[in-house]
Write a protein that binds this ligand. Sequence first.
Ligand SMILES: NC(=O)c1ccc[n+]([C@@H]2O[C@H](COP(=O)([O-])OP(=O)(O)OC[C@H]3O[C@@H](n4cnc5c(N)ncnc54)[C@H](OP(=O)(O)O)[C@@H]3O)[C@@H](O)[C@H]2O)c1
Length: 269
Amino acid sequence: MENPKINICLAGVTGWVGRALYNEINVSDDLNLISAVSRKQAGKHISDLFNSDGTGIMIDKSVPDALEKKCDVLIDYTSPLIVKENVLLAISRKVNVVIGTSGLSDSDFEEINDAAVKNRVGVLAAGNFSITAVLLQHFAQIAVKYVPNWEIFDYATEHKPDAPSGTTRELATRLANIQKPTIHYPIDETIGDKSSRGATVGGMQLHSVRLPGFNFSFEIIFGLHNERLSIRHDSGNGAEPYVNGTLLAVRKVSSFIGLKRGLDTILNI
Ligand SMILES: NC(=O)c1ccc[n+]([C@@H]2O[C@H](COP(=O)([O-])OP(=O)(O)OC[C@H]3O[C@@H](n4cnc5c(N)ncnc54)[C@H](OP(=O)(O)O)[C@@H]3O)[C@@H](O)[C@H]2O)c1
C-alpha cells in the first residue's frame, strides 16, 4: 500500500525561504500543502499569488487560523516575534513542528521540549538547515577538543532583527556541551565598554555584524600562539540550501518525541 502524504501547514509562505519551500512541496510526491500563512496576503489563493499549478488553498492570516485545518507538520519560517507562540500552539494541538525561524533562546527550547514530550509530538529546530553549514558545526565540534580558544561571528543584512543569529546560538550551545573556551581576560573586568566583547552564550563570545552587502555568513575563529584557524560558511542569495534540509526534517519529525536541535541529529554524519 502507498504511504499517505504528509500534510503540511507552511507559516511564512511568502517569505524568502517560505516561497522556495512552497515550490518544492508543490512538486513533491509525498508532501501535501494543507494551509499556509502570511498576514499581508491573507485571503488570496496561493496558486494565483505565485502563478503556480496545484493547490487552490487560501492563505490564512495566522497560525491559529491555519491550524483549524488538520495537518501533520507545521513548518515555521516567520519571525522571532511570533515563532514561539506558533510552535507551542501547534504542539498543544498534537502537530509535529519543524522550526526554521531564528530568535529562540535555550530556555525557550527547554519549554518547547517539555511541551513536545507532554503532547507526544516531535519538534526539529535547526539554526541552519544547509548541509555545508552543518558540516561547519561538525568540524568545529572536532576542533574544540584540540584548541581551547575561540570566538564566533555572524554577518547578516542590515534588516535582520535578531542577534546573535539562530545559527551561532545553536553552534555555541553545542560547543558548550563539549568544552568551554578559556577566557584569558575576564569579560566583566573589561576596561571600557564590556559590550564590545560581544554576547556571552554558553561561556563563549558571539559577535554580530549587520550591514548591507551581507546575506548570511558565520565564522568560528580559533587562536593559538602564532597561528589561527578560521572556519567560515557563506550563504548565497537563494534560499535553496535550506529547502532540502527542512524537507528532510519534515519527513523525519514524526519519528521521534520531544525536541531535537540541529539537522545533524537526523543525518548520518
Ligand atoms: N534555519 C535556517 O536554515 C534559516 C535559513 C534562513 C532564514 N532563517 C530564519 O527564518 C526566518 C524567516 O526568514 P525569511 O528570510 O524567509 O523571512 P522573510 O522573507 O521576512 O519572510 C517571513 C515570512 O513570515 C511571514 N510573517 C512574518 N511575521 C509574521 C507573523 N507575525 N505572523 C504570520 N506570518 C508572519 C511573512 O509574511 P507577512 O509579513 O505577510 O506576514 C513572510 O511570509 C528568520 O527568522 C530567519 O532568520 C532560518
